[in-house]
Design a binder for this molecule. Sequence first.
Ligand SMILES: *Cc1c(COP(=O)(O)O)cnc(C)c1O
Length: 383
Amino acid sequence: MSLYERMQNELQQLAATGNLRSLPHIEHHDTKVTVKGKQMLNLSSNDYLGLASRTELRAEFLATIQPETFQPTSSSSRLLTGNYLAYEQVEQQMATLFGTESALVFNSGYHANLGILPAVCNAQTLILADKLVHASLIDGIRLSTSKCIRYRHNHYIQLERLIEEHQHTYEQIIVVTESIFSMDGDKANLSELVRLKKAYPNVLLYVDEAHAFGVRGEKGLGVAEEEGCVQEIDFLVGTFGKALASAGAYIVCKKVLREYLINKMRTLIFTTALPPVCLSWISFLLERLPQFKAERKHLMHISEQLKQALISKGFDCPSDSHILPMIVGDSRATIATAETLQKKGFYALPVRPPTVPEGTSRIRFSLTAALTESEIQQLIEAL
Ligand SMILES: *Cc1c(COP(=O)(O)O)cnc(C)c1O
């Protein structure tokens, strides 16, 4: 069979099981989207604080740049000539906000998770990763030369057993988790992970806060801030593309780790740095991040309302956050449910295998602070 024939066959198979994906043609108007001529409320955005649709913020930012100071490209890797001042400014801001020795910016969360573990791991490292960590972490683990064992989701008894069993065989054990998980919206117990780290001297913690940065904690720094354990997380990673309405990602960490990554991390070294204008926008929003308390509170409030409604309609809802799954089970039934919701004006998307385990296809609601309480009420009535 030729490659083309094989691809055609596999695509047909995906279509037959309701798992074929395609790129949607989509137009955006603030919290609404138009798809196939129909305008709907966007319930699938990662603009968690609603900052991306705030015209007054854009205007204020644009007033700070002129054609002479607008920097649309870095034209180079940061290690060559791409390290514009805006980079150092954002890293200084991040280290100050978190109270860490240093911070380092990457082109995306995918670059961060793809590059960090392969850079720091070797054959004497064991990676213990939660069964449900994001694909970018899985790919980073695959690229590393270390052995990896996946523990059952949030199952810290099994995790501790694995640590006990392997603590003397490896120099270093790195425990990898998300703080808020992408698909169930549930939370890791960072305090318990910190307890494990303190109980076993060669354990390090890697926490991906992609869904929590901006949203959780007094200043919006994430679950680690909320739980008061920023200093205990060795690799505290998050992205700027979600709540911060921009692009890029960060790690906040010790100086020695930052310097090591600059020397060893291939997804930092061998790529053109993000446009400086993007870093200026990040910096502009970081200055204001601690002040978006009302947005964080409102987001928590409408999330709790939707969660209670899902539970009262008989759905299991493991979520502790603004990401709320409505687990239907079968892929085709899930697609049909999504289509019904879309007909009613709600753009919520089905998530199917292989993104989630077989038999747990779901509608994934991803709420933002730009949604109003009455819009959430209308959604609840439509369910
Ligand atoms: C979105 C996401 C990423 C990827 O971040 P990007 O900046 O979009 O590349 C990584 N990890 C998790 C948990 C995510 O949800």
